[in-house]
Design a binder for this molecule. Structure first.
Ligand code: HEC
Ligand code: CU
Length: 338
């Protein structure tokens, strides 16, 4: 018995440390309102729990075996209208108390605010996210860049199964469903880097269907848009290593583009400004060693991914390729195109 208690406590602790609780650390208006809602419903729950426990222990004491309290005879007819009305009406009120603000919140996720400022088309696929910026005419993947303090409409689509688009610190969460476009309205707040994830089991690598959300100051965002949209078609760019560019062009261009202006090579994630990304595929540290390991055996990172394994490239080719990808930075790209 004792050891099973220890195990349960350990599990509880593990679960608590496992959650990052990022919904309670909001970084935008919608998320703030939602975290207030979570705290509010939690408080209501705790008050009810307190009342229940106080009554529980009171009865336990009052009707203990050796108490001298008078016990009325037990009959079927004993009814108490007042009590019955109380325990019908009270829960109803509690439910209303919870339902009204929640419904209001749910509807506000559906409704466009009057000052809609930006639209982003989101496309989920096993196991990555594509982001199209129709007004800026660029595309990126796995790393979503947004300006701070802006109302954003996400148009959610999927190429295959159902995915669910969720940025806990920005609030909301909505499914991307085959054959239709769902809209999600969020508002960014302070700049920072936040985690996004797919919240609907969608296949073997679902857990790692994550993405990074980079919220920029206004002018930094414009700067990023400009750089991401630069054409870095390998042969035209001299600042990024030539050999790596050649390997990329020969092997990867069918599925990937190295600049955000390209819209054709869309079978794999867009790799614009790849040297600036913190994470490979939104999940693994983007350092030289891991990137090589990923390219050689993507399946070890993302089971059942469509990205082919490149363990046939020579060591020199692999070095050059990784160098090229990590050389795709704002400095190189903008400097190289002048
Ligand atoms: C058949 C299409 C295809 C080819 C060819 C291909 N890839 Fe991929 N690649 C993918 C897909 C699909 C993913 C997405 C994997 C995932 O996250 O589920 C991917 C993911 C990646 C990623 C991680 C992207 C991110 O967001 O961090 C990198 C880097 C990458 N590929 C590099 C390459 C390189 C370099 C080559 C050539 C040597 C190459 N790929 C060839 C389809 C392809
Ligand atoms: Cu998914």
């Amino acid at each position: 018995m004792k050891s099973s208690w220890k195990v349960s406590w350990l599990l509880v602790c593990l679960f608590l440390t496992g959650c990052q609780m990022s919904v309670l650390n909001p970084a935008g208006r919608v998320a703030e309102e939602q975290s207030r809602l979570i705290i509010f419903s939690f408080a209501v729950m705790m008050i009810i729990l307190l009342v229940v426990f106080v009554l529980f222990f009171r009865f336990l004491w009052r009707y203990r075996e050796d108490s001298r309290i008078e016990r009325p005879p037990h009959t079927q007819e004993n009814d108490n209208k007042k009590l019955e009305i109380t325990w019908t009406v009270l829960p109803l009120l509690v439910l209303l108390l919870l339902a009204v603000p929640m419904l209001m919140q749910t509807y506000s996720l559906e409704t466009k605010t009057t000052q809609e400022e930006m639209t982003i088309e989101v496309t989920g696929q096993q196991y990555w996210w594509r982001f199209d910026y129709p007004d800026e005419n660029i595309r990126t993947a796995q790393e979503l860049h947004l300006p701070a303090n802006t109302n954003i409409t996400f148009e959610l689509n999927t190429e295959d199964v159902i995915h669910s688009f969720w940025i806990p610190q920005l609030g909301g969460k909505k499914d991307a469903i085959p054959g239709r476009t769902n809209e999600l309205h969020l508002e960014t707040g302070r700049p920072g880097v936040y985690e996004g994830k797919c919240a609907e089991l969608c296949g073997a690598a679902h857990t790692d269907m994550r993405f990074q959300v980079v919220v920029h100051e206004e002018e930094d965002f414009t700067d990023w848009v400009e750089a991401a949209g630069q054409d870095v078609t390998p042969e035209e760019n001299e600042t990024v290593q030539e050999e790596g560019a050649r390997v990329f062009q020969e092997n990867c261009l069918a599925c990937h583009a190295a600049d955000g202006a390209a819209t054709k090579n869309d079978q794999g994630p867009n790799l614009a400004l790849y040297g600036e990304r913190d994470k490979i595929s939104g999940s693994f540290a983007n350092d030289e060693e891991q990137l090589k390991a990923f390219l050689r055996h993507p399946n070890n990172f993302k089971p059942s991914t469509d990205m082919p394994a490149y363990n046939n490239l020579s060591r020199e080719e692999m070095d050059a390729l990784v160098n090229y990808l990590h050389g795709l930075t704002r400095e190189n790209v903008q400097g190289g195109s002048d």
